[in-house]
Design a protein around this ligand. Sequence first.
Ligand SMILES: CCCCC/C=C\C/C=C\CCCCCCCC(=O)SCCNC(=O)CCNC(=O)[C@H](O)C(C)(C)COP(=O)(O)OP(=O)(O)OC[C@H]1O[C@@H](n2cnc3c(N)ncnc32)[C@H](O)[C@@H]1OP(=O)(O)O
Ligand SMILES: CCCCCCCCCCCCCCCCCC(=O)OC[C@@H](O)COP(=O)(O)O
Length: 391
Amino acid sequence: MGLLQLLKSQFLCHLLICYVFLVSGLIVNLLQVFTLPLFRIHKQLARRINCRLGYAISSQMVALLEWWSGTDCVLYSDPQSAKLYGKENAIVVLNHNFEIDFLCGWTFCERYGVLGSSKVLAKKELAYVPLIGWMWYFLEIVFCKRRWEEDRTTVVQSLRKLRDYPENFWFLLHCEGTRFTEKKHRVSMQVAESKGLPKLKHHLLPRTKGFCVTVQSLRGTVSAVYDSTLNFRNNETPTLLGVLNGKKYHADLYVRRIPLDSIPDDEAGCAAWLHKLYQEKDQFQEQYYQTGRFPGPTVSLPRRPWTLLNWLFWASLLLYPLGLLVVRVVGAGSWVTILGTVALCIGASVGVRWMIGQTEIEKGSSYGNRLMTRQLEARQQPQPKQNAKQC
Ligand SMILES: CCCCC/C=C\C/C=C\CCCCCCCC(=O)SCCNC(=O)CCNC(=O)[C@H](O)C(C)(C)COP(=O)(O)OP(=O)(O)OC[C@H]1O[C@@H](n2cnc3c(N)ncnc32)[C@H](O)[C@@H]1OP(=O)(O)O
Ligand SMILES: CCCCCCCCCCCCCCCCCC(=O)OC[C@@H](O)COP(=O)(O)O
């Protein structure tokens, strides 16, 4: 292990990175709260400011991937389509197999200049994750409970609000609805069989409702669907803890641009279209496992300095006062203050560890673990006796 790699694995380094992330995140969240009145006076300006503020938080995590872990992110795409990336609104359909797929997604957003404005249909639980979830509230992220009866109105309402968004955005949809596990895969393939759909080897069966309402609600606003398939070389199973420890991964992303006009608007047609798309994605993954490559050429997409500069800005702003504080606390020699400071550090580490836990698949939800759908369950509930009086 080289000296630099040894340094990257040190707990003290992680503590300092997390300190910068936590304190800067809280400052940004506070600034975001101050923009609330602006949403009433000049909504578009408030949105633009929030894109920049959001960037100040999310780009720190991208910097961690690009500059600290040095992870390679290679884009496979048709060069003509790639010229449009970042210059139009798009719906991104991405597989959901990896703990850091959100971070790789963010990295491609960053390289195409849409990180601050990137959007996602996210599970409601993520809205409560400190810093990131709070930041998302101001970025008008669309949340769902993954209970369609409750989501259908709220999701459509939130999507419609994006129609006049002032910045180009990518709207991410993990149509599988949850991370891939063997169990969820087995269950979803039973659903596929019951619906007469071909089995998928590398994906869960996509849930079509979110995709169809997104297409319907954003037609005229969004130009294309970016069908995106992510995998890692050498069967790597990347984790956020690995990234924090400076481990270098090798991500490959295959993106196809599909004009939105070519996607059916009616629900049945749109759902069938999505199922076919996932069958194709499955073939791309199979090809990747067989050959180590996705189809087509790669596009050169170097990392930009902005994420690093943003981190250096926050680090220089926040590490100096931390140093002063440590000197004072130790200099004062008061055990109460020292123990208080140590307790605060432990509390912050536990908090960050909990946040990292949100990305871990083994701590994931049980959504998709059971075969029975709520609709089926509802049907199988004992029916209330209609003619009780007659009996
Ligand atoms: C280019 C690079 C990338 C760029 C990146 C861009 C932006 C980045 C931005 C942010 C990065 C941060 C990322 C954070 C990621 C967080 C992601 C998540 O939180 S994923 C979870 C939430 N999102 C979703 O679930 C979206 C997909 N889901 C849907 O669309 C759903 O339809 C729904 C709207 C959520 C509603 O779900 P619900 O379960 O209530 O209902 P459904 O009708 O969908 O389900 C019933 C339906 O499904 C069939 N069924 C039942 N069981 C299964 C099963 N196990 N598997 C598959 N299908 C099943 C059932 O038969 C019903 O079928 P039918 O529809 O025919 O009735
Ligand atoms: C500079 C960086 C400092 C590093 C400090 C670490 C901070 C940790 C930040 C945690 C960020 C949390 C962002 C959450 C994004 C996770 C996305 C995700 O993958 O969600 C899972 C859902 O899609 C599906 O859930 P499941 O049904 O599979 O369950």
